[in-house]
Design a protein around this ligand. Structure first.
Ligand code: AMP
Length: 115
């Protein structure tokens, strides 16, 4: 928990969000500025800043975040249409919120955005 972190404040309920999933180790909520009709963020409850801050022992958490994004994509009827999972990491990776999160984006044909 980091008091000045917007995602930590969403997790504690101090900041409202459109939650779509919650369990003991992660939450998922709709992005406030969606880039497609489905844009959900899968966020660990633990305040892990970014990919380089992952520690040995986080492998299972990261795997379960991906599997949760897959399940949410199925809930959103995106499984056969396709979708994108994105993790931005650090300033040059385009990360704006320094709390690890996985973007699930879908509902339209996405452009090639490999930089
Ligand atoms: P990133 O650039 O990967 O760090 O993405 C951060 C994402 O968080 C952006 O897509 C923002 O629109 C989203 N975001 C920021 N604040 C909130 C909030 N209060 N509720 C939901 N999404 C948010």
């Amino acid at each position: 928990m980091s008091a000045d972190c917007i995602f930590c404040r969403i997790i504690t309920g101090d900041v409202p969000s459109d939650l779509v999933y919650t369990d003991e180790e992660m939450v998922a909520f709709r992005d406030i500025n969606p880039v497609a009709s489905t844009h959900i963020l899968v966020v660990p409850r633990e305040h892990i800043e970014s990919v380089p801050h992952l520690q040995p022992g986080h492998e299972g958490l990261v795997g379960r975040m991906v599997m949760r994004a897959r399940a949410l994509a199925e809930d959103e009827d995106l499984a056969s249409r396709g979708y994108r999972l994105v993790v931005n990491s650090g300033p040059e990776g385009g990360q704006m919120v320094p709390h690890l999160h996985l973007h699930l984006i879908g509902g339209r044909r996405l452009k090639d955005q490999m930089g």
